[in-house]
Design a protein. Sequence first.
Length: 433
Amino acid sequence: MEKGGRYIIGALGMPKMPKSGNAYYQQARYLLKTGEEARLSHPTGQTIKALAEFFPDYAPVLLVTPKAMEHGWPLVVEEFGYEPEYIQIPNGSSEEEIWTIVTTIFEALAQDSQIIIDVTRGFRALPLLTLQSILMAEEAGRIKEVAGIYYGALEAASKDRDGNSVTPFFDLTPLFSLHKWSRALHNLSRFSSAELLFEMLKEPVNFVFRNTKSGPGSLSRLSNKLEKLGLSLVTMRTGDALRISKEMAGVLPDAEKELEQFSELKAIASFLQPSFRRLSGLAPHGYRRFEGKDALLGMANLIRYYLETKAYQEAVTLAREALVSAYGLCYLGAGDEQGSLMNADWRRQVEEALNQKVQRGQEQDSSGAPDGEEHFLKLWRDLGDLRNDVNHAGFRKNARPAKNVAEQSRQFCERAADFVEECANNLTHPARP
């Protein structure tokens, strides 16, 4: 196999070996439907030969076990009229041999190649191992594209109008799409990354709306907002993330209805909806703008979302800024000034007040300040030290081990989110209408 080549990969099965007579592969004419087009192959005993007929730019490559090579390879050479390329693999009769098969296929795949997979033939789980090996190669960036996955269904053969037997190819390419959808949802739920999910949504949505006069549609608008929200979460644009989350909530009901219009998306709608609803719920109920109570509740939601997705640096960084906001609005009574959360001078004054209290080691006095401020000051000190450690990328003399960073991030940030939420619920001056 050569770099950048196009190949059809499939296993060589064992031929039928009657007690009397010669070994043979069952001949069939294979039917492949692509859109409105239907193509019929010449009679052949090898599904990979039929696929090579349908896709002449792709060269066949057979996976061959020792037993299949012994009994079937002469028949293959006779049918093709030449010796196709092949990859020798063990029988797969042990766990060790199974892993050898996966490794052998993976290593044989050429860089930047385009692959069609024939999963028709093969002993035991060989078709599954072939598919998994190629999926691994795609994940690793070794191959450029999986162009198709096909199964020649001899058991589904039927008669055409002339009474001839015709065997259909089942197009299983959506299996690869499901794999990509799974990866996209994993990236979203674990890493707050919506990039792949946006790309997956965009392709079917844009295809439909390019060919209609109905405009972009709710699902298209949702996918665009998803892209913007993903970028806002990764770059910690807190106000933007909450605003877009609210906008998503407004679009989502109609978008969910439109999911039913796309066969590919309809099949995975039940997996997409929880993620969509989670993201559209980052902005608190009734959210208006990034001010006062709305802003604090929104920040608490985002901190918890970052913890859920193990985005510890983002969680720690936002948690410290949220503490500044909450302390200024709730403890210093400075929340009546609209726009104060985005005022650099105001935030600097709040931080100075906090740091002075920490430095003096003062406990909560009895002058009417809320109970528990001493616990807040300890949290402020601990979280500030953790934030400095995390954002200095381990270049501190006594940098924490990674495990401690993760554990303390969860501990401190959850406490910060609880504190911010409590402050928000005690505020009497919500955002402007």
